[in-house]
Ligand binder design. Structure first.
Ligand code: HPA
Length: 269
């Protein structure tokens, strides 16, 4: 594992001309177009990066982008890896390990999520302040990579309090109604049953989705600061039928709001 991380890190270090980007951005379902905002770009398909898995989901392009956003050097993942695609947790989180090894200190994550807080509407944005994991595995299972972090990493402030404050301020400055809440990470790919959505709400979740949690665990273990946002693409408690295409469309529609939030937080780094 360490050898694979070293190989990939060394390849990317060359592509970065030894520069360390200020942040890595993970662009979730339907949010890949946010990459258009990045200037002075180098686009590297995942297939060209040694040891990188290849994205299989529609709406996930599968490119690593080096460039500038809000005046900062950034790396962006256009498309990510999900547990439900069949990857194991080490593969899902492999890119995050590499980003940590490159010396990147901030991870900005986005995702499409189902709302389970009855106050949420389609197209709303939620700042993730905490999570509950219902995934069947943890990416830190097995031998601890002590080069990155401790055996039992604390998760009390998994979502960086300072970045949460910054996101709140950026939302206020841009007149964005930003919800906050706990993200419930599930395996899926079948959407939840009405009883499951009710269950998630009952136990304290505000949104539910298929990604983010493993990446956050590895980022925190590696000492990175995390800021994560969900686009609420469907309302779980509404009884409406769910559809992946709809989820993507909704995420696309919310892109300007997500872009403003991401740019604002990145500008402050
Ligand atoms: N459930 C799980 N993942 C999701 C959902 C959902 O309702 N919406 C978008 N991603």
């Amino acid at each position: 594992m360490l050898e694979r991380i070293r190989q990939t890190t060394s390849y990317l270090r060359t592509r970065l001309n030894n520069e360390v980007p200020k942040a890595v951005i993970v662009l979730g379902s339907g949010l890949g177009q946010l990459a258009n905002e990045i200037s002075d770009k180098t686009v590297i398909p995942y297939s060209k990066i040694p040891n990188f898995p290849v994205s299989t989901v529609e709406g996930h392009a599968g490119n690593l982008i080096i460039g500038e956003l809000a005046g900062q050097r950034v790396l962006a993942m256009q498309g990510r890896f999900h547990y439900y695609e069949g990857y194991d947790m080490k593969e899902v989180t492999f890119p995050m390990r590499v980003f940590a090894a490159l010396g990147i200190k901030v991870a900005m994550l986005s995702n499409a999520a189902g709302g389970v807080n009855p106050q949420f509407r389609k197209g709303d944005v939620m700042l993730i302040t905490d999570h509950i994991s219902f995934l069947p595995d943890n990416p830190l299972r097995g031998k601890n990579l002590s080069e990155f972090g401790s055996r039992f990493p604390d998760m009390t402030h998994a979502y960086d309090p300072q970045l949460i404050e910054t996101a709140r301020r950026v939302a206020k400055d841009n007149g964005i109604n930003l919800h906050e809440g706990a993200y419930f990470g599930v395996q899926v790919p079948s959407f939840e049953t009405p009883a499951e959505y009710r269950f998630f709400h009952t136990i304290g979740a505000d949104a539910v989705g298929m990604s983010t949690v493993p990446e956050v665990i590895v980022a925190v273990h590696s000492g990175m600061r995390v800021c994560a946002l969900s686009v609420i693409t469907n309302c779980g408690l509404s009884g409406e039928v769910n559809d992946h295409e709809d989820v993507q469309k909704q995420a696309n529609r919310t892109e300007p709001v997500m872009t403003a939030l991401f740019k604002g937080v990145i500008a402050s780094l």
